[in-house]
Design a protein around this ligand. Structure first.
Ligand code: HEC
Length: 178
């Protein structure tokens, strides 16, 4: 009888401990989903036609300064020759022996450039750039590649209209959409 009691109370004790251990573990995971700022941070997608672009603008001159400060250490002084991916140049390289997917050689939409830089770059500080800074960086990189004139400013209205060199290198899954 007493052995049965001891066995039963040991089981109850184990159950108590494992229950509180699991709770403590759950409580330390993540943050409540209802925190709006977190949701807004993830809800950033920009479609090829520019839906989702924030209001803002930036010039190539401003972009060059930001690039030198926040990007050149990895991507090279003018977007090429660093330890990270080359961003400019390499036109026509996709069909060569050493294909390089750059903004000029590969990217079909300028809006994707905005989306990517805003959510992922600088790689050690994603989400840290303002909308104007991202417009300025897009303007700088696209003008370095002669895709737009150096004196053109980009904003939420004209960025989707930039005609990318490799736009026709992609097959549209929804031809009527974009
Ligand atoms: C600490 C190094 C680092 C810094 C600083 C940095 N990048 Fe990058 N960047 C990378 C790496 C690494 C990749 C490749 C990431 C991958 O392929 O997943 C990349 C990829 C990119 C790409 C996509 C290239 C492609 O065609 O696939 C763009 C565009 C870009 N970076 C722009 C920027 C801009 C603009 C800045 C400055 C605001 C910046 N990066 C700062 C390391 C960096």
């Amino acid at each position: 009888m007493s052995t049965g009691f001891n066995f039963l109370s040991s089981l109850l004790l184990i159950a108590c401990f494992s229950h509180s251990y699991a709770d403590a573990e759950h409580q330390s995971l993540g943050k409540p989903a209802e925190q709006l700022s977190t949701q807004a941070q993830w809800n950033l997608t920009i479609t090829p036609d520019g839906k989702g672009l924030p209001i803002g603008k930036g010039s190539s001159e401003q972009g060059a300064k930001i690039f030198a400060l926040k990007c050149a250490a990895c991507h090279g002084p003018a977007g090429i020759g660093g330890s990270a991916e080359p961003l400019v140049g390499e036109v026509g390289s996709l069909t060569s022996e050493y294909p390089e997917k750059t903004i000029n050689s590969y990217w079909p939409y300028a809006t994707t450039l905005f989306d990517y830089i805003r959510r992922a770059m600088p790689i050690d500080a994603p989400f840290s750039l303002s909308a104007d800074e991202v417009y300025a960086l897009c303007t700088y990189l696209l003008s370095e590649d002669d895709i737009i004139p150096t004196d053109q400013e980009l904003n939420e209205e004209n960025l989707p209209q930039v005609s990318m060199p490799n736009r026709d290198g992609f097959i549209a899954v929804y031809p009527d959409k974009y």
